[in-house]
Design a protein around this ligand. Structure first.
Ligand code: HEC
Length: 98
């Protein structure tokens, strides 16, 4: 009985440890949902009205990425109204595309 509880406990722990790795689909869901991919592409998939995101994390600092999302340069709509948590996810996701 005790052993079963221990096993269940470690399964929960493993789930938490693995969860950040599995977070990838929700980031891609978010950029789909917000419509970013109608203009931007990644790995050859997406729109071509904005620059491709491949390597964007190597071109821009996280600060510059955040600035582009909330107060973009011309030709990109502002996403200043998104939730702070979503903004954080977007910035970390894009900054990691190197
Ligand atoms: C209507 C088209 C459009 C949409 C939708 C859009 N963008 Fe953009 N984005 C652009 C354009 C155009 C540029 C280039 C701006 C410039 O340099 O004038 C750009 C530039 C960027 C850049 C800088 C890329 C670089 O290499 O300099 C980032 C980062 C970015 N967008 C993120 C996003 C995110 C995140 C979303 C969704 C929340 C989004 N964009 C939605 C059109 C769009």
């Amino acid at each position: 009985m005790k052993i079963a509880a221990l096993l269940a406990g470690s399964a929960v722990l493993v789930h938490f440890l693995v969860a950040p790795v599995a977070a990838q689909p929700s980031e891609t869901d978010l950029v789909e949902r917000l419509g970013c991919m109608s203009c931007h592409s990644l790995n050859g998939k997406g729109g071509d009205r904005g620059p491709a995101w491949d390597g964007v994390g190597a071109r821009l600092t996280p600060e510059a990425i955040k600035k582009q999302i909330v107060s973009p340069r011309a030709r990109m709509p502002s996403f200043a109204q998104i939730k702070p948590g979503q903004l954080q996810v977007l910035v970390e996701y894009l900054a990691g595309l190197k």
